[in-house]
Write a new protein. Structure first.
Length: 214
């Protein structure tokens, strides 16, 4: 709760809340999430991974998030049905490999984004996977930002960039990739589940310097 309040006070548009994702060390229960979502209406985004559609539909009704971020391997059909049932904006994470590892070509990634857009997706988050560790986001690893820039340039949907972003590299990330926004967690933590006021302040100061120069 305190981390969410701090991030919003410093300049964040949204806070992401990981709900009932067993593999995530940042996950909270629905009951814990209810307190956060009620405290920050229209500012909290529900992050989920591979959740059963009926459970997620019920959870959206309880939490009333600003948006739903699907962080797993959910299909366009799943996304479309979720949006139809809830009426809530749906965002989708698209995972790229860490920089230096072979991944999909641009055409394949753009094809995925096109399918999600047709299903009703409103925003894409480019994140970095670590499949060896079974992680899809929250890895602290950067993708190939040159490739990410090409995705942003060609995407029919707005793009947020995630993966390995921190106060030291956020200026480079924004200038090189030119995303609509940036999404981060581990880059401003002092330990798991606990944000650093110093790092968050430094991050937003750096981010605002880029915005002022543009």
């Amino acid at each position: 709760m305190d981390d969410c309040r701090l991030a919003l006070e410093l300049g964040s548009d949204y806070v992401g809340v990981v709900v009932e994702v067993e593999r995530s060390p940042r996950s909270v229960s629905v009951e814990q999430a209810e307190k956060i979502f009620s405290a920050f209406p229209n500012r909290a985004v529900l992050l989920t991974w591979g959740a059963p559609l009926d459970w997620l539909t019920d959870t959206v009704g309880r939490l009333k998030p600003a948006a739903i971020q699907l962080t797993g391997e959910e299909t366009p059909d799943y996304l479309g049905e979720l949006k139809t049932k809830t009426g809530c904006p749906v965002w989708k994470s698209v995972h790229l490999p860490p920089a230096g590892e072979e991944g999909e070509d641009l055409q394949n990634v753009m094809g995925k984004i096109g399918q999600y857009r047709a299903a009703g997706c409103e925003l894409i988050i480019l994140d970095t996977s670590n499949k060896k560790a079974g992680l899809y986001g929250g890895t602290g690893l950067q993708s190939d930002w040159s490739f990410a820039a090409a995705v942003v340039k060609n995407s029919p949907l707005p793009i947020f960039l995630a993966g390995g972003i921190n106060p030291e590299n956020v200026v480079q990330a924004v200038r090189q990739v030119q995303p609509k926004g940036v999404d981060l967690a581990s880059g401003v933590e002092e330990k798991k589940r606990k944000k650093s006021r110093e790092k968050l302040t430094w991050f937003f100061d750096r981010l605002k310097s880029v915005e002022a120069a543009s």
